[in-house]
Ligand binder design. Structure first.
Ligand code: GLU
Length: 340
């Protein structure tokens, strides 16, 4: 075997790969350096487990629909998904019941109210959308299965298809969520009163607390985003995580409701579907191109990661990622990143 030829072929290939991804790596390194210096915001403290987060943790991951990965910082650091889980469970509910039936139990209207407000739509008695707690609890109620354990295993199976590996729940976070979740119980009882959830609220609340406690990391969030960007198919495993027909439903609610009561300004300034959680994660999707994961536990007063919002805003402006950008192509970033 002529190893010399093979070696030089390999070098050419490696150089090609390097030149294809290096501008993006440089961009991420620059963003990381710039925003690592931002120390505004506070780590969530409503349960002791989240208060233990290191406020300096910071990671940015980008995964393309053809499986290229560029990431920087603490991208392997585990944390609980919290509200980032909500659109994905909405997807499972859509698969179980279809769009019209799900819409009888949860609306898709943005709300200027806080994510945990105890308020339903006055006319229909539905929770406003699946990404506030009320809507997420109603959505968890729609996850089917013979019993709690089957519902739970379907929930975890769904997350593992998005992430491409088995998933685990942080039990300490789960127990704290359950012990302190009185407000969520009140919301569930209100929805039971109006027939928005079935009379199994303790079980559905358990599912909701479990989904908030699923462990993830920044890399996984980018893979989940890439799966949605790729029409519901995980780019690494080739496994379908969500039926293609529902991908646009998740992306629509993420764009209009995904960033707590900053959602309107997010759609205006950043303009890509995204969901944040109080542990500091953000998953964002550039449809047909790539998924973005960001992790930094310092939160602003709306509950969004301070650095996460700033990084997404920079990426969107720098590379024209806004979905309504005229002549949208995901221009420079897309060209550098997706080698086609
Ligand atoms: N587990 C939280 C709650 O139900 C959700 C937090 C979040 O918005 O990320 O209050």
């Amino acid at each position: 075997m002529d190893t010399t030829t093979n070696r030089s072929d390999l070098d050419v290939l490696l150089n090609k790969m390097k030149s294809a991804v290096s501008p993006l790596r440089k961009t991420l390194n620059d963003l990381y350096t710039k925003y690592r210096a931002v120390n505004d915001g506070e780590v969530a403290t409503y349960i002791p487990e989240l208060a233990k987060a290191d406020p300096n943790w910071f990671a940015i991951s980008i995964v393309s629909i053809d499986g290229q990965v560029v990431e920087v910082g603490d991208h392997q650091q585990l944390f609980s998904m919290q509200s980032v889980s909500k659109p994905f469970v909405f997807g499972l509910a859509l698969e179980d019941h279809g769009r019209e039936e799900v819409l009888t139990k949860v609306s898709v209207e943005p709300t200027g109210e806080a994510f945990n407000s105890i308020v339903l739509d006055e006319k229909s008695n539905r929770p406003f959308n699946p990404l506030v707690n009320a809507g997420a609890i109603a959505t968890a109620d729609l996850v089917e299965g013979r019993d709690y354990s089957e519902r739970m295993s379907r929930l975890l199976g769904m997350f593992s298809r998005y992430m491409g590996h088995p998933v685990y729940v942080d039990n300490a976070v789960f127990l704290s969520e359950r012990t302190t979740g009185h407000r969520n119980r009140a919301i569930a009882h209100l929805m039971l009163n109006f027939g928005m959830v079935r009379d199994r609220i303790e079980e559905s609340l358990e599912l909701y607390f479990q989904q908030c406690s699923v462990l993830t990391n920044c890399h996984d969030l980018a893979v989940m985003g890439a799966t949605l960007a790729n029409g519901g198919v995980n780019p690494f495993t080739g496994e379908r995580a969500l039926k293609a027909e529902y991908v646009k439903d998740l992306l629509s609610v993420m764009l209009s409701c995904g960033m707590y009561d900053y959602a309107g300004e997010w759609a205006f300034r950043v303009g890509i579907p995204a969901k944040s959680g109080v542990s500091g994660g953000i998953v964002a999707v550039v449809p047909g191109k790539f998924g973005i994961g960001i992790f930094s536990p310092r939160l602003d007063d709306r509950g969004n990661s301070v650095r996460g919002v700033q990084v997404c805003q920079s990426l969107s402006q720098q590379f024209g990622l806004h979905v309504f950008e005229s002549g949208f192509t995901g221009r420079t970033l897309g060209e550098e990143f997706v080698r086609k």
